[in-house]
Design a binder for this molecule. Structure first.
Ligand SMILES: [Zn+2]
Length: 230
């Protein structure tokens, strides 16, 4: 149990303020106040087949369903939240948003037909530096609210770097290729997997993950992200 002094100290460092409007949180409000939660720019893509986000992936690999929780707009509340979540160590923001979306998705087909959630893995050195993988934190919130199992160890990220003796720094950077691999294919055979990421822009990372997973027998893929660039 924390003593009152410790609690006071913690609330000094982490004052109980809304992460969007910075007003005090009231009652059982957590992370974001009710008013800002209500105003979040939701896509509602999970209610629509052939939604706007499916266009990003159409023709690149076969998928079942694709959805994002929020629209990411420059200067908007979602950018603010995601920036805090990714760069200031506030993992509770990602977990909160994951749970919020999970409760909305709970009784929908996208969740009912899926077997498990697999967050996009982060390279271990980067995860160590940041302290956590943001896709995994959002996915943990989704898993908690939907009761779907989550696997964070079977899909891994490795980086293949080509020989680079005479290349400039820029070219060297370009030659770092992201590669994903599966440790044990049997674990995912016959599964409908929801791949989870934070913000989708080009979809290249999700495509690389999906392609690796689709090498496994009878795997189906759906995608859920925290936000989509609009
Ligand atoms: Zn607020």
């Amino acid at each position: 149990m924390l003593t009152q002094a410790v609690k006071n100290f913690i609330s000094l460092i982490y004052p109980n303020l809304c992460n969007v409007c910075h007003q005090s949180l009231l009652g059982d409000e957590k992370v974001i106040c009710s008013s800002c939660t209500y105003k979040l720019p939701k896509t509602n893509f999970h209610k629509e087949n052939d939604n706007e986000m499916e266009k990003i992936f159409l023709g690149r690999f076969p998928f079942e369903r694709v959805s994002a929780f929020l629209y990411f707009q420059k200067g908007g509340s979602v950018q603010k939240l995601i920036h805090k979540f990714k760069y200031t160590g506030q993992r509770n923001i990602g977990y909160f948003l994951g749970k919020l979306y999970g409760y909305e998705l709970k009784d929908t087909d996208i969740i009912k037909q899926a077997d498990l959630i697999v967050p996009v893995p982060m390279h271990r050195s980067k995860e160590k530096k940041r302290g956590y993988n943001q896709s995994e934190v959002f996915a943990a919130g989704l898993a908690e609210a939907t009761s779907l199992p989550i696997d964070t160890t079977n899909l891994v990220k490795t980086e293949k770097t080509q020989t680079q003796t005479k290349k400039t720094r820029f070219v060297r950077w370009e030659n770092v290729e992201t590669v994903f691999s599966i440790k044990n294919s049997n674990l995912f055979t016959d599964k409908h997997i929801i791949i989870v990421d934070d913000v989708v822009t080009t979809g290249a990372t999700l495509e690389a993950c999906a392609r690796e997973l689709l090498k496994i027998d009878n795997v189906k893929i759906s995608i859920i992200t925290m936000a989509v660039a609009s």
